[in-house]
Design a protein around this ligand. Structure first.
Ligand code: NAD
Ligand code: IPM
Ligand code: MN
Length: 350
């Protein structure tokens, strides 16, 4: 029996509804593979902020540093400004634990209707740079209340940061269909992007077996909708990768499906697993959130903790519940609750 300690942060809104589903599934898969999960639950959230003035304690990172992985639901509540909640919890974990790869696979499952015609062959991974780029910490709001009021934020692209994400993307493509698309905007306007392109091209030179091309982010968004099947690995900066991951998830049927792994590939620090979607205040508390994003995220966690057989079993159960049963949450056109869908999925586990 292998035991893993997981730091569990359900967070806000539907994070509270989808994380119990993911844990239930992890426990069930673990039982079949001799893996035990011990969860330490943390109430870090906007509710905690309202009560204490902080999203997490000052020594928050130290409390979860020793865990094998972090599982997070979602962060954000209309009562707290997003920049306060996110810079107070999600972003410090990604940066503090050097989780510089945000891995976001999507595909169209049999039995799921894409809103896009001809999208059945979509099967891609967005590799998103996760700690620098447009999410720079240099800048702020100046001259508040004056006519000269302004907001400034510096994008920060480093050679090391861009090289390591590009390397990750090319190495990943070599295990898939050998193709990388680099999301760029180098047509002379955004000064950081020719630098990004240069480093991606250098990286490509070290991976001669992997084909690649750069696509401008605006045209790329159109191509993802018009011809989604042609992509394998898409590598993008923090902001471009963020936008592409909701877009690709929607093309695959719903943003409620998409998983994410915030990886520290060197394993100096724990990695964090969370679905792509947010706290969905518009449906929170109704028990109808799609737990699939969180459950597929659990499969990424199993892979990261070196349990590929368990991860494949879970992926097969996901595919089976969609292909063989009509059980769906409302975002996929069904009437099932989060709990009912999770139960149907558990029945498909070998
Ligand atoms: P969102 O992802 O929360 O919701 C967008 C839309 O998708 C909503 O209509 C929602 O109902 C729907 N949706 C999302 N997940 C779903 C699911 N599992 N099942 C069914 N429908 C689902 O994005 P938003 O509305 O832009 O943001 C809401 C809050 O979440 C904000 O505070 C935002 O900052 C935060 N957020 C947090 C994270 C995170 O913690 N990683 C990610 C994105 C947004
Ligand atoms: C995501 C989210 C976050 C991001 C927000 C909530 C800060 O949209 O994880 O995709 O932009 O990274
Ligand atoms: Mn996002």
């Amino acid at each position: 029996m292998t035991t893993h300690r997981i730091a569990l942060i359900p967070g806000d809104g539907i994070g509270q509804e989808v994380t119990p589903a993911a844990c239930q599934v992890l426990d069930a898969v673990g039982k079949r593979h001799g893996i035990e999960f011990r969860y330490d639950k943390f109430d870090w959230s906007c509710r905690r902020y309202a009560e204490t003035g902080a999203m997490m304690p000052a020594d928050g990172l130290d409390r979860i540093r020793g865990h094998d992985a972090i599982f997070l639901g979602a962060v954000g509540d209309p009562a707290v400004p997003d920049h306060v909640s996110l810079w107070g919890l999600l972003i410090p974990i990604r940066r503090g634990f050097r989780q510089y790869v945000n891995l976001r696979p999507v595909k169209v499952f049999e039995g799921v209707q894409s809103p896009v015609r001809g999208a059945e062959s979509l099967d891609l991974v967005v590799v998103r740079e996760n700690v620098e780029g447009e999410y720079g910490e240099i800048g702020g709001r100046l001259n508040r209340g004056f006519p000269e009021e302004m907001a400034v934020q510096e994008s920060v692209f480093t050679r090391a940061g861009t090289t390591r994400i590009a390397e990750y993307a090319f190495a990943l493509a070599a295990t898939r269909r050998n193709h990388v698309t680099s999301a760029t905007k180098s047509n002379g306007i955004v000064h950081t992007m020719p630098f990004w392109d240069e480093i991606v091209a250098e990286t490509a030179g070290r991976h001669p077996d992997v084909e690649w091309r750069a696509e401008h982010i605006d045209a790329l968004c159109a191509k993802v909708v018009l011809d989604p099947g042609r992509f394998d690995v898409i590598v993008g900066s923090n902001l471009f990768g963020d936008i592409l991951s909701d877009l690709t998830a929607a093309v695959a049927g719903s943003i409620g499906i998409a998983p994410a792994a915030n990886l520290n590939p060197e394993r100096d620090f724990p990695s964090m697993f969370e679905p792509v979607h947010g706290s969905a205040p518009d449906i929170a508390g109704r028990g109808i959130a799609n737990p699939l994003g969180a459950i597929w995220t659990a499969a990424l966690l199993l892979d990261h903790l070196d349990h590929p057989d368990a991860a494949r079993d879970l992926e097969r159960a996901i595919a089976a519940v969609l292909a063989k049963t009509p059980v769906r949450t409302p975002d996929l056109g069904g009437t099932a609750t989060t709990v009912e869908f999770t139960r149907a999925l558990l029945e498909q586990l070998p």
